[in-house]
Design a protein around this ligand. Sequence first.
Ligand code: ADP
Ligand code: MG
Length: 296
Amino acid sequence: ATPTALMVGTGRGAQLGILIKGPQVLESTRRIDTIVLDKTGTVTTGKMGLALAAPAAGGDRLELLRLAGAVEAASEHPIAQAIATGAVQETGEDLPDVADFANIEGLGVQGVVEGHAIIVGRPRLLSEWAITLPEYLERAMTDAERESRTAVAVAWDGEARGVLVVSDTTKPTSATAIRQFRDLGLRPILLTGDNATAAATVAAQVGISADDVIAEVMPADKADTVRRLQSEGQKVAMVGDGVNDAAALAQADLGLAMGTGTDVAIEASDLTLVRGDLRVAADAIRLARRTLSTIK
Ligand code: ADP
Ligand code: MG
């Protein structure tokens, strides 16, 4: 491989909106045959909006939004931002302060607001505190998930208090990008911490087969999933945007970060897609293959 040819590839990459960590990165793309895609913020815009706030029987909707919103205001997660913004808009007030805030990666958040110990997140997080979700709230969550929305549960002082639903949309470029991956001979896989129903709906929208959806994966297990695919002999590219994707991006044979994502993801990656357009990942792989064939 001549260094000059590799540098030309790197320069062309910058024009396309790809930042390449070093010329050696082009080499690792050569044998990629599998492309693992994070869902939220990668295949979808990650710009979520509050779609529904359903309090538990006898509860107050604005109180649910105010208290859950106060905790979420301390988190940078797209779900959190949608809930905090929606809460401010709907209550028309500033949110109260939160104390003892904690982010439980891949599960939700907790904190103390006006003396109440509040949890917002997956039902699994509630069950860790021995809080059960009444059946009608569970049904509200499933109904939302069937429409590929993300539903989270809210509890405080040991009791389920309601369900909040946020909706995200797939990027208009995702379906095209996935078709291009297939044309390049790559197998696209959707990998997400979100629930299986929402994941399956998004996969269907963008043309990923139902067999290639891996949902409800904890952040630490995303890297294990990549490792398992590698141990099956696949050369794996991973595309992600979040803190929760960093380990998987580092583990992959080729890590691609969305330039619109977090710094942690960008640092863990070999390539950055500056505008967050998934089609550019296909451009990058095509470019690398062409650059390498020029060299050979
Ligand atoms: P993804 O893999 O799609 O980027 P994450 O691993 O970040 O998703 O989150 C997985 C799930 O954990 C979310 O779908 C949500 O149910 C829950 N969750 C994570 N962070 C929060 C939060 N700040 N508030 C509420 N729920 C959360
Ligand atoms: Mg993400």
